[in-house]
Design a binder for this molecule. Structure first.
Ligand code: HDE
Length: 698
C-alpha cells in the first residue's frame, strides 16, 4: 500500500528523490530533447514507471524496455584473434609514381592523398586485455582508394608461426587461455602454447621474433609493419612481379624491457591505446613510410628458400626496400565501437594492380576474414557500415540481407539485362584482373619440400641481433618455459634451440636449471649458416631521438623554479612530451612560491610510463620521499629499466636510497651545459651497457 505521503495529487507527477529538475540538466535549459529510438521525446530518463512510487515496475514502460533491450544487445562477438585493438584515421600519399611496378591507382600520383583507417592490435588477449603482453601486434591498414578498398592486413613481425592455414585454429587455440580453466589471459607463457610450438618446427623462426623485443613495443607509433606474405604487383601491361610490403615508423622502432612491460600492464593497461590517442589528440601525428621489395620469378628462384613460405623473409641486404610513400595518422576515431570495433579487414579486399601469391597461408586467409565478418557483424551488408564503406561508388546487383541500409531502386537486380541500359556493367578495361599465372599439378595434401628448412632463418635472426637483444630472447624463452609445468615440453624446446644456436640453448638450459636435458630432434633439413641481416635489429637502428618520447619530471616542494622552464623548453625543442609528477596531484610549490600543478600523483605516475626521467627536488622536499616506497621505486625502476636519469644535486639522497650506481645515464644537472648533457644522453634512449650489471640474462 502506498502511504499517504507517497500519493500524488490527481493530474500531478509524484515528486521523488531523484526528479530530473532537481539533479540534472534538462532540455529546457540548453541541450536538445532526448528521444527514444523512434524519436519520441523523453520526459524523465531517471525513473521507470512503477505501480505506486515504491511498487513494482510496469511492463508497460516501453521506454525502459527499449533502453534495456538495446543495452542487452550492445556487444557483438569479439574478434577470435586480435580482439584488443586501437584505431586511427589518416591518409597515404605516394612520393612519386610507381607506375613502373604497379597500376594500382593510389600509387600513381604524388599529389593524390588516399584516406586510410588503421587498426593496431594484440593477438591473443580478449578485447579488455592489457596492451603490453608479450605478443605479436596486428598492423592492419584500410586504404579507401578510388578503385575500391585495399586492406593490407599485416603484423609487426614479418614472418608467421605456421605455413598452412589448416594449422591456424590449432596455433590460436594453443595460445589462447586454456579451455578448461579459462586462463591465462593474453599470455603465451603457458603449457598449451609451448606444447604446440615444441611439436611445430616451422614455428621456430617466428618464435625468435615473438621472444624478441618486437613483442613488447614501446608504442604503436614505434612499430614496423609487414604484409608478411608475398603478394603481386601488376603492371598496366598485365605483367606481374612479386612484392613484399613493409611499414617503417618515422619515430624509429622501439621496445620496452620485460620487467617494465609487466609493471606497465598494472600501472596502465591501456598504455598503447592511450599513447596513440594522446599523440594524435595533441597534433603529434605518427607517420610511416610504405616500402616494398619487388622481385621477379627468376630472382625468387635464386633465393635459398621459397617465397611462398610465410615463415621466411627476404633480408633487406638481399633485396633493398623501395619507399613508395608516407602514411600519416591524423584523426582519432569519433566512436570506438562504430569504427575500431566494426572495421572489417579482409586480405581479399584488393585493387587493380595488386594480386595474391600462392602462399597457402594467404590463400586460407582469403576465405577466413569474410567468413569471420559475417558472424561478427551479423550479415552480408557489413560493407555499408561507414568505416567499411568504400569512398568510391559501389554498385552491383547484390540485394537484401540482414541490415540492408540502402534502398536500391528499379526492377532489375540481375545482369546481363536489357531493361536497364544505364545499370552497371562489367568493365574489361579497368576492372580487377587476376594475373594469368600458369598453374599445374596433381590435387594433393602435401607440404612442399621447399618449405622444409625450419632453422636457418631462425639462426640468422638470432645472429642479426645485438648482444642485449640476444640476451632478451634468451631471458624471454627462460621466463616462458619456466611457466610450463611439463618437463618434456621444455626438453623438446631445448632440442629446437640447439638447432638454432648452441649458445642460446646453453643460456636458456642454464637459466632453467636443465643443462644437458635437451631432447634430440632430427631436423627435416640441416640448418645452414646465413649471413646476418643487421637491418633486423632494433637497437642497431636506434634513431637517437627524443621526438615522440615522454619524459617524467618528479618535483617536490621547493624545487628550482628557474631550472624547470629551461628543462621543459629543452625537451619540447626535441619534440618530446613532458609530464610533471608530484607527491600529490595538487602539485608542488617552487622556490619562488608559485604552485605547479601535477599531471600525475607519484603513486599513479610510476617511472615505467616514461622514456626518461628527471628528479627536480629540493633538499627539504626530498626528505619525506626517502621513506616513501613509490618514490624509491620510481627511481629504482627507472635505473633498472636502463633509462637516462637527470637530477639536481639535491636529489642525491633519493638516488642512494634507490641503489642507483652512477654511470653515463645518470646525469647531474646544475647549469646550461649539464642540462644539454642530460638531453643528449636521453636522446640515445636506453643505456644497454647498464643491463649486465642488473640482470644475468636481459
Ligand atoms: Fe589473421 N585473422 N589470420 N593474420 N589477422 C583475423 O579476422 C586468420 C594472419 C591479422 O584489426 C580475424 O576480423 C587466418 C597472418 C590482423 O581487425 C580472422 C590466418 C597475419 C588481424 C583471422 C591468419 C594476420 C587479423 C579475426 C591463417 C599477418 C586483425 C577477426 C591462415 C599477415 C585485423 C578478423 C583487425 C584478424 C584469420 C593469419 C593478421 C579470424 C585463418 C599471417 C592484423 O579472420
Amino acid at each position: 500500500m502506498a502511504s499517504k505521503k507517497q500519493k500524488a495529487p490527481a493530474g500531478k507527477v509524484a515528486k521523488s528523490v531523484n526528479t530530473p529538475a532537481e539533479t540534472h540538466q534538462t532540455a529546457s535549459e540548453s541541450s536538445l530533447a532526448l528521444t527514444t529510438n523512434q524519436g519520441l521525446p523523453i520526459s524523465d530518463n531517471q525513473n521507470s514507471i512503477t505501480a505506486g512510487v515504491r511498487g513494482p515496475v510496469l511492463l508497460e514502460d516501453f521506454i525502459l524496455r527499449e533502453k534495456i533491450t538495446h543495452f542487452d544487445h550492445e556487444r557483438i562477438p569479439e574478434r577470435v584473434v586480435h580482439a584488443r585493438g586501437s584505431g586511427a584515421h589518416g591518409f597515404f600519399q605516394p612520393y612519386e609514381s610507381a607506375a613502373d611496378i604497379t597500376m594500382a591507382g593510389f600509387l600513381q600520383d604524388p599529389r593524390k592523398k588516399t584516406e586510410v583507417f588503421v587498426r593496431f592490435s594484440t593477438v591473443a588477449g580478449g578485447a579488455g586485455s592489457i596492451d603490453l603482453p608479450r605478443d605479436v601486434r596486428g598492423f592492419a591498414v584500410k586504404f579507401y582508394t578510388d578503385e575500391g578498398n585495399f586492406d593490407l592486413v599485416g603484423n609487426n613481425i614479418p614472418v608467421f608461426f605456421i605455413q598452412d592455414a589448416m594449422k591456424f585454429p590449432d596455433v590460436v587455440h594453443a595460445v589462447k587461455m586454456e579451455p578448461d580453466r579459462g586462463f591465462p589471459q593474453a599470455a603465451s607463457a603457458h603449457a598449451t602454447f609451448w606444447d604446440f610450438i615444441s611439436l611445430t618446427p616451422e614455428s621456430m623462426h617466428m618464435i625468435m621474433w615473438a621472444m624478441s623485443d618486437r613483442a613488447i613495443p614501446r608504442s604503436y607509433r614505434m612499430m614496423e609493419g609487414f604484409g608478411v606474405h608475398t603478394f603481386r604487383f601488376i603492371h598496366a601491361t598485365g605483367e606481374s612481379k612479386f612484392v613484399k610490403f613493409h611499414w617503417r615508423p618515422l619515430l624509429g622502432t622501439a621496445a620496452v624491457v620485460w620487467d617494465e612491460a609487466m609493471k606497465i600492464s598494472g600501472a596502465d593497461p591501456d598504455f598503447h591505446r592511450r599513447d596513440l590517442w594522446e599523440a594524435i589528440d595533441k597534433g603529434d601525428f605518427p607517420e610511416w613510410e610504405l616500402g616494398v621489395q619487388v622481385f621477379d620469378e627468376a630472382t625468387a628462384a635464386t633465393l635459398d628458400f621459397d617465397v611462398l613460405d610465410p615463415t621466411k623473409l627476404i633480408p633487406e641486404e638481399v633485396i633493398p626496400l623501395r619507399m613508395l610513400g608516407k602514411m600519416i595518422l591524423n584523426r582519432n576515431p569519433d566512436n570506438h565501437f562504430a569504427e575500431t570495433e566494426q572495421v572489417a579487414f579482409c586480405p581479399s579486399h584488393i585493387v587493380p594492380g595488386i594480386g595474391f601469391s600462392d602462399d597457402p597461408l594467404l590463400q586460407g586467409r582469403l576465405f577466413s576474414y569474410l567468413d569471420t565478418q559475417l558472424i561478427r557483424l551479423g550479415g552480408p551488408n557489413f560493407h555499408q557500415i561507414p568505416v567499411n564503406a568504400p569512398r568510391c561508388p559501389m554498385r552491383n546487383f547484390q540485394r537484401d540481407g540482414l541490415h540492408q541500409m540502402s534502398v536500391p531502386k528499379g526492377r532489375v537486380a540481375y545482369e546481363p539485362n536489357s531493361l536497364a541500359p544505364s545499370a552497371p556493367r562489367e568493365c574489361p578495361m579497368h576492372g580487377f584482373r587476376t594475373p594469368p599465372v600458369e598453374t599445374t599439378g596433381e590435387r594433393l595434401r602435401k607440404r612442399s619440400e621447399t618449405f622444409a628448412d625450419h632453422y636457418s632463418q631462425a639462426r640468422q635472426f638470432f645472429r642479426s641481433m645485438t648482444p642485449p637483444e640476444q640476451n632478451h630472447i634468451a631471458s624471454a624463452l627462460a621466463f616462458e618455459l619456466a611457466k610450463v609445468e611439463f618437463k618434456g615440453i621444455r626438453r623438446k624446446m631445448l632440442g629446437h634451440l640447439l638447432h638454432i644456436e648452441q649458445s642460446l640453448h646453453d643460456t636458456v638450459a642454464d637459466a632453467l636449471g636443465m643443462a644437458g636435458e635437451a631432447e634430440a630432434i632430427t631436423p627435416a633439413v640441416e640448418p645452414r649458416d646465413l649471413p646476418p641481416s643487421p637491418a633486423l635489429s632494433i637497437i642497431a637502428k636506434n634513431p637517437g631521438i627524443l621526438k615522440g618520447r615522454k619524459v617524467g619530471i618528479l618535483v617536490t616542494d621547493g624545487f628550482d623554479a628557474g631550472l624547470l622552464p629551461k628543462l621543459q623548453a629543452a625537451l619540447i625543442k626535441e619534440k618530446a612530451t613532458v609530464a610533471i609528477i608530484a607527491p600529490k596531484i595538487g602539485g608542488a610549490s617552487g622556490d619562488d612560491g608559485a604552485l605547479l600543478e601535477a599531471d600525475f600523483a607519484l603513486s599513479g605516475g610510476p617511472s615505467v610510463l616514461f622514456d626518461s626521467v628527471f628528479i627536480l627536488a629540493s633538499a627539504e622536499g626530498m626528505k619525506p620521499l626517502l621513506g616513501e616506497a613509490a618514490a624509491v621505486n620510481w627511481v629504482r625502476d627507472a635505473f633498472a629499466h636502463l633509462k637516462v636519469i637527470g637530477h639536481v644535486p639535491a636529489a642525491q639522497p633519493l638516488l642512494l636510497e634507490a641503489s642507483v650506481v652512477p654511470d653515463a645515464g645518470v646525469v647531474p644537472v646544475s647549469d646550461k651545459k649539464s642540462l644539454a648533457a642530460y638531453v643528449k644522453a636521453a636522446r640515445n634512449g636506453r643505456l644497454w651497457e647498464r643491463e649486465p650489471s642488473l640482470r644475468s640474462i636481459g
